[in-house]
Design a protein around this ligand. Structure first.
Ligand code: NAD
Length: 370
């Protein structure tokens, strides 16, 4: 066990000489409870870059669990992908199996599910290799719940920023129409909003336009971040909100599913957004839907019903926005996460709750606030 800037953390380097597996598992703070978080299959320029990615994302997961009052610690796994495994399915399968065997050796200290780069085949293989993998139909529930959380964040933030209530008549740009972005677009249109869709995979936009009809339009992926809309929902990749992008925003609200949207110091970037008159709902608040439904699973493994999840998510978003008067939602969310963690540590261990209630270290970009 190592210490990250005086706080607890674990970093596991997983290697197999036989399959050539190189993977990293970062556990941000095991004192909150067993770690949970996805596993990525991604090419990295170096092992150091992979370690940074895992640690930063694990820390973001801790924030997500804390702000939503869920008794887990943040974790993240990354499997370093390369040319050899991309060209040879058998080799990739051997690496995924070795990684799964390592998860079992951790004995449940880290439970995971698919993240960036995992196709259906790899998920099924990983689930056969380890008992600590979320897979199957519950993943669709998780995607729906993530989109629901973003939709609620947009609804609440738009009401605060522009008055009125509901999404009817609003125009919202969605960056990235993969699993979450496409589901979000469907939910927004069902609520009477108009959506502008952007994706680097043009066919994803085309098929969603055909499905959603007149309520949807397309915008160039290079222009989506400065689209003239009521709200922007980044649902593609992290670190999209750079200084230059913030200065070009033409929306009143930003809330999306992508993790770690703020590039650079989050508190400073949140101030910059506020100075531009943009209400930004932090991603660890807006994208907590999957965490809430999966952690709220019944003993039989059924996810938390969406209406219960909706009530929890809405209560947390409202609390963050209420506290943000006089500060930014980002600062308010950090303080709520800190409070909920302190309360969690003071509680005796019991069943999982069902009701809503800058460092330069490895987690660069996500401050240690817990
Ligand atoms: P996905 O891979 O299914 O979709 C991402 C989409 O973004 C893809 O269609 C991709 O082509 C597109 N994209 C990538 N770069 C782009 C760019 N520069 N401009 C426009 N489009 C671009 O992933 P997902 O499951 O929909 O998740 C979306 C984001 O939300 C990810 O960052 C993920 O980490 C985060 N997230 C997802 C969940 C979940 O439940 N799936 C939960 C929390 C957070």
């Amino acid at each position: 066990m190592s210490s990250l800037d005086g706080d607890w953390g674990e970093l596991h380097l997983v290697r197999s000489a036989e399959s050539g597996l190189v993977a990293v598992v970062a556990i941000d703070d095991p004192r909150r409870g067993p770690a949970r978080g996805g596993t990525r299959l991604r090419r990295y320029r170096s092992l150091g870059e992979a370690v940074e990615d895992a640690a930063r994302l694990a820390r973001a997961m801790s924030l997500k669990f804390a702000v939503h009052d869920l008794p887990f610690g943040g974790g993240k796994g990354v499997i370093l992908h390369d040319e050899a495994a991309a060209a040879d399915r058998e080799l990739l399968a051997a690496r995924v199996r070795d990684y799964g065997a390592f998860l079992d050796r951790l004995g449940g200290a880290f439970g995971t599910g698919p993240d960036y780069g995992f196709g259906a085949e790899e998920v099924a293989l990983l689930a056969r290799s380890s008992r600590h993998v979320v897979h199957g139909p519950v993943l669709a529930d998780a995607t729906r719940a993530t989109a629901l959380g973003v939709r609620i964040a947009l609804e609440e933030a738009l009401a605060r920023a522009c008055g009125g209530d509901g999404l009817s008549g609003r125009c919202i740009a969605v960056q990235g129409v993969g699993a979450v972005g496409a589901e979000l677009a469907r939910q927004l249109v069902a609520q009477g909003a108009r959506v502008l869709l952007a994706d680097i995979e043009a066919d994803r936009v085309e098929s969603l336009l055909a499905e959603l009809g007149d309520a949807a339009g397309a915008v160039d992926p290079g222009e989506v971040l400065s689209a003239d809309v009521d709200a922007l929902a980044p649902c593609a990749v992290g670190e999209v909100l750079t200084d230059a992008v913030i200065d070009r925003l033409r929306c009143k609200v930003v809330a999306g599913a992508a993790n770690n949207q703020l590039a650079g110091d989050p508190l400073a970037q949140a101030e910059r957004l506020a100075a531009r008159g943009v209400l930004f709902v932090p991603d660890f608040v807006a994208s907590g839907g999957a965490a809430v439904v999966l952690v709220g699973c019944s003993a039989e493994g059924d996810p938390l019903p969406l209406d219960e999840a909706e009530a929890r998510l809405r209560a947390t978003v409202r609390e963050v926005l209420r506290r943000a008067e006089g500060s930014t939602p980002t600062e308010a969310a950090f303080s709520l996460a800190r409070e909920r963690t302190a309360a969690h540590r003071a509680r005796p261990a019991g069943p999982l709750p069902r009701a809503g209630g800058e460092d330069r270290g490895l987690g660069r970009g996500v401050p240690r606030v817990l």
